[in-house]
Design a protein around this ligand. Structure first.
Ligand code: 13P
Ligand code: SF4
Length: 310
């Protein structure tokens, strides 16, 4: 059997297992084309968290990294949440540990701690608010506090500081996502622009501030998609993980859309594939289990934070 027929057969098997289990697949915008194709919903981390709450299903298969699957599990006590590959984590989340949080809270006792959703549950437990890249600026702008602790991700912190009137202290100061910091550089942007000089450049706020300055638009993955939809322009360069371009081309087939760097790949996102999704649905593995106390605490912070950006 050739690869194409094999992939098509796997897709059919995954879809029929979904029917059998009354399951839906939620996939992040960075998933591979075949995973996006088989998913019920594709979106950014905020959209997927919201969708998970309203979707009518017994089981959710989450195609993304572990912090996103955890967030979905925290918001959905009554559904079975499956994360096909437990080890699909987020290296950015590793930057924020309890020791670092305590150190910064001691130094800035009056500043609220806003925790980026790209973090582990143990860090979220200490948060006053939890945000995604789509909600960080909106939520922080609404706070009365002048100074805010934000982590992990120094670049998103710098973006919010620049666009709001707040002092946003990155926790820790050196935290970054390797995909956006190291694989979307000035070199990659200039090279992509040399090849397509009339293209509009859109970047994720996780890219470094000097590269944000080069962009025509800055936003979360789905905010970029919406901005393409609204734009009269026809050619776009996306400064983020390469798979967003597949999603964008599917949505807007009349536009020309390219990744700034086709090698800007999030290795952990790509650990999810059709085979492990099929196995996950067959054996109901791996269930995301969150301890009750942790779930209740983080859910109350998430609910409060989601309410603020309504
Ligand atoms: P979005 O919420 O913009 O989809 O981003 C998630 C992410 O992991 C960015 O690297
Ligand atoms: Fe984490 Fe970066 Fe991958 Fe997003 S792209 S999941 S921030 S490592």
């Amino acid at each position: 059997m050739d690869r194409k027929s094999y992939v098509e057969r796997l897709k059919e098997e995954v879809r029929s297992l979904c029917e059998k289990r009354r399951a839906v697949i939620l996939a992040h915008n960075y998933q591979s084309p075949e995973v996006q194709d088989v998913a019920d919903y594709v979106g950014d981390s905020l959209e997927l968290a919201k969708k998970a709450v309203t979707v009518d299903a017994d089981v959710i298969v989450f195609a993304g990294v572990s912090f996103m699957a955890e967030t979905v599990a925290i918001l959905n006590e009554d559904k079975v949440i499956l994360h096909p590959v437990r080890e699909a984590g987020c290296p950015l989340a590793d930057f924020l540990n309890i020791e670092t949080i305590r150190k910064f809270k001691e130094k800035y006792p009056r500043a609220p701690l806003v925790v980026y959703v790209n973090s582990y549950a143990e860090a979220k437990m200490y948060a006053d608010y939890i945000v995604t890249s789509a909600s960080a600026l909106r939520l922080i702008s609404k706070l009365d506090d002048e100074t805010v602790l934000f982590g992990p991700d120094k670049n998103l912190a710098a973006y919010v500081a620049k666009k709001s009137d707040k002092k946003v202290i990155p926790v820790p100061p050196h935290s970054y996502c390797y995909v956006h910091e190291c694989l979307i550089t000035r070199y990659h942007i200039e090279k992509a622009r040399d090849e397509r000089s009339t293209a509009k450049l859109m970047v994720h706020p996780e890219v470094s501030p000097s590269n944000q300055e080069m962009a025509d638009y800055i936003g979360s993955t789905s905010q970029m998609l919406k901005a393409i939809d609204k734009s009269d322009e026809n050619i776009f360069l996306l400064g983020t993980e390469e798979a967003l371009s597949y999603r964008a081309r599917n949505l807007y087939p009349d536009k020309e859309i390219y990744p700034v760097n086709p090698r800007a790949i999030c290795v952990d996102m790509k650990k999810i594939n059709l085979l492990n999704m099929k196995e996950s649905l067959e054996r109901l593995k791996h269930k995301v289990i969150i301890k009750k106390k942790v779930r209740q605490k983080i859910k109350s912070i998430l609910d409060k934070s989601l309410e603020m950006i309504k």
